[in-house]
Design a binder for this molecule. Structure first.
Ligand SMILES: C[S@@+](CC[C@H](N)C(=O)[O-])C[C@H]1O[C@@H](n2cnc3c(N)ncnc32)[C@H](O)[C@@H]1O
Length: 296
């Protein structure tokens, strides 16, 4: 494991043939059974067939842990915080956080894929009752194509100002502009004034555009299809990977009264010494930001 971690690899984007899938599934089940027999099974790491982010269970654990370290050391996460994780997947970061947050702190994870939420509810909540998971039937062409609610209209099921810390690791990188716009508004709404949010992106700026033009980006990050003000890797299914112009992101934060504290650039476009693959933006809800907004 190097210092750089991937938050977005998702084998669903690299479909295997049916016989290969059957062979992989048999192999995964055999390896899971072996781990259980040898007492090597980590109850907070899902079985191999569910580990759809990253390439192995060790990487799953390491990446979750590395995000928790980043949040705590660089982004102001505290052990007693009330934390919200949008697009929590199969609990990769939740598993690391469970070992970090005090029992007086709390965690809410939300996602649109039932299998991940069910696993988290079964495996994490019984051990850490202050960790809860919410399934929302929001449409995403890649992850929940039959979802009934538009992401651009979805209202989060939490009260105004309920959270101290909100994060999204590799969720906006799969969402289109109108959806991101609504979600960022919802994120700002549920943050208390002074709360922090950390969100990963593929940011388009002079440096990353130059890398793209030279073809010097990681495989699967060839953003070249212009749509609605963002760039997608795949025209037919943009939700597979989306990049945003950095000024557009800045404008969006400004509109939602989120003050950007720091932007960290990732390894996806060759940033030397980057700790994570994707870029991430650390922001704070401006104190007094709710005044006069007529919050619901
Ligand atoms: C690449 S995975 C990352 C999962 C997790 N954040 C992690 O780092 O392991 C992207 C996740 O975003 C979720 N997602 C996509 N669209 C969403 C939406 N509109 N609302 C909430 N989650 C969404 C997907 O279901 C998927 O679990």
């Amino acid at each position: 494991m190097t210092g750089t971690v991937d938050t977005s690899a998702y084998p669903a984007h690299r479909p295997a043939s049916p016989p290969l899938r059957v062979l992989r599934s048999l192999r995964d089940r055999a390896l899971d059974a072996r781990d259980t027999v040898l007492g090597r099974h980590d109850p907070l790491v899902p079985p191999r067939r569910l580990v759809l982010v990253g390439s192995s269970q060790d990487e799953f654990r390491a990446i979750g842990q590395q995000w928790v370290e980043t949040f705590a050391s660089q982004c102001g996460l505290g052990r007693f915080d009330r934390v919200l994780d949008i697009g929590c997947g199969i609990g990769r970061v939740a598993a690391g956080l469970a070992r970090y947050l005090d029992e007086l702190g709390s965690y809410e994870g939300m996602d649109v894929v039932p299998a991940g939420i069910e696993w988290c509810r079964r495996s994490i909540t019984p051990r850490y009752p202050n960790f809860r998971f919410q399934l929302s039937d929001v449409h995403n062409a890649e992850y929940n194509p039959t979802g009934r609610v538009h992401a651009s209209q979805y209202r989060f099921p939490w009260r105004d100002g309920e959270f101290d810390f909100v994060f999204l690791t590799s969720a906006f990188t799969h969402m289109l502009p109108r959806d991101v716009e609504n979600y960022l508004g919802e994120i700002a709404r549920v943050m208390r004034p002074g709360a922090r949010c950390v969100i990963t992106y593929f940011l388009l700026n002079d440096a990353s555009r130059a890398q793209l033009a030279r073809g010097e980006v990681q495989p699967g990050r060839e953003f070249r299809h212009e749509m609605d003000g963002c760039l997608a890797v795949h025209r037919d299914n943009p939700a597979i990977a989306v990049a945003y112009p950095e000024p557009v992101v800045h404008e969006l934060y400004e509109r939602h009264r989120l003050r950007i504290l720091k932007t960290h650039y990732g390894a996806w476009c060759g940033t030397p010494g980057a700790r994570h693959i994707q870029d991430y933006v650390v922001a704070e809800k401006r104190p007094g930001a709710d005044a006069g907004l007529g919050a619901a």
